[in-house]
Design a protein around this ligand. Structure first.
Ligand SMILES: *Cc1c(COP(=O)(O)O)cnc(C)c1O
Length: 401
């Protein structure tokens, strides 16, 4: 798709503003519920690993169908802690998606391990199970329970799928590949709390699930926060120990951990917000459905590719992402028209400058590279009003007229 023959659209008119996300609108509906728990924590002056942390851990684990929950300082730290708990380091490799937020691969590299990027499925933008299988078949040897990357000599130890935009990767296929090749599975579920694949939820499939409560996620804190889920009680206990510098008992260190604690204040706020999560995710899904219907009604179906929702899955639409020609020009036009929109993500991870030493070339992950040039996230937050949504659709339709 080239941008050379761009037709000149009518000049943008700022009839109204539509932010990509409106946290102030949500806060107004929550204020009366949230301020008392903030005050309760302040009165207690118990800011570290208190009762709200334990409540949040139990509730998110139950919500996600996972046995254990370990509250942590961010989604990034959830990933880092998960990798540390599986003892990932130099000489180890982690198969993951090239089309994700930086933390997915950044955490692997920070531990001295190597991220191995395998292309995405072009419909869902999630790590492609057939491509993972193809990488293993063509590039690895499996001997004595060890999967070795023939080119690098590294030991492939973890499969880390990302549930992008709020839709689960094909976990049944990915889990069988992991089992057959003795790989641990870490789910990057940062964007996907409550999303379902074949009736099971994000964070319940792998050894460890990693959630983010960054303010823009469906369940957002008032700052940074995250959580790991785990199925195995020993692994869960190990995550809990590494969260406090690896000391167990306190001041006695058999392991080197870090400070990965979630704040009690954030946990208290998240306990309040969790009760609203399903209503918010349903509102996002309704907004997604009405965008889909509106683009079809405007005859834009062949121009605007709407998100593909896997049949029988539950997509929570952390992002509503369309795929369009003249993407960069449309983005500018929407912004000039007062409409917030964003590219998630403009540079695939295998093409990031900091990963040049891994030796990837343009063309290595063609579906991720194409997505990076064509995708655009539109406002779909729960409080989005019908007239705002109509304005977004009108503006897009004017651009392509
Ligand atoms: C948000 C996000 C993270 C990181 O979470 P933080 O809480 O911002 O550290 C990791 N992976 C993905 C896919 C994300 O969207």
């Amino acid at each position: 798709m080239t941008d050379l023959s761009l037709p000149t659209p009518a000049p943008a008119t700022k009839a109204m503003t539509v932010p990509l996300l409106d946290l102030k609108a949500q806060y107004q509906t929550l204020k009366a519920e949230v301020l008392p728990v903030i005050e309760a924590v302040c009165e207690s002056q118990g800011f570290i690993l208190g009762p709200y942390v334990r409540e949040l851990e139990a509730k998110v684990a139950a919500y996600s169908g996972a046995a254990h929950g370990i509250g942590v300082s961010s989604g990034t730290d959830a990933l880092l802690l998960a990798l540390m708990a599986l003892n990932i380091g130099p000489g180890d490799e982690v198969i993951t998606s090239p089309y994700s937020f930086f933390a997915t691969a950044g955490t692997v590299a920070r531990l001295g391990a190597r991220p191995v990027f395998v292309d995405i499925d072009p419909l869902t933008y999630n790590l492609s199970a057939p491509s993972v299988q193809q990488f293993i078949d063509e590039s690895c040897d499996f001997e004595g329970g060890v999967l070795r990357n023939r080119r690098t000599g590294g030991r492939v130890r973890v499969l880390m799928p990302v549930h992008l935009y709020g839709q689960c990767a094909d976990m049944s296929a990915l889990m069988s590949i992991a089992q057959a090749n003795n790989l641990k599975v870490i789910e990057d579920a940062a964007q996907a709390i409550g999303s379902e694949h074949q009736g099971a939820r994000a964070g319940s499939f792998g050894d460890i699930g990693c959630f983010s409560f960054f303010p823009s996620k469906n369940l957002g804190a008032f700052g940074d926060a995250g959580l790991c889920t785990a199925r195995d009680p020993e692994l869960a206990a190990h995550l809990g120990i590494l969260r406090v510098h690896g000391g167990a008992p306190k001041y006695y260190h058999s392991f080197i951990g870090g400070n990965f604690r979630i704040d009690e204040l954030q946990a208290a706020i998240l306990c309040v917000k969790l009760a609203h999560l399903d209503a918010w995710s349903e509102a996002r899904a309704r907004n997604a459905a009405s965008y889909n219907a509106a683009f079809a009604a405007r005859g834009l179906s062949s121009t605007v590719t709407t998100p593909y929702a896997v049949p029988g899955s539950r997509h929570i639409y952390n992002q509503y992402v369309i795929r369009v020609p003249f993407r960069d020009q449309l983005k500018q036009y929407l912004q000039d028209s007062g409409i917030g929109c964003e590219i998630y993500y403009p540079v695939p991870l295998h093409q990031q400058a900091c990963f040049a030493s891994l030796g990837y070339q343009t063309g290595d992950c063609p579906h991720a590279e194409a997505a990076a040039l064509q995708t655009l996230a539109l406002p779909a937050y729960p409080e989005l009003m019908a007239e705002q949504q109509a304005y977004v659709v009108d503006t897009i339709s004017r651009f392509y007229a």
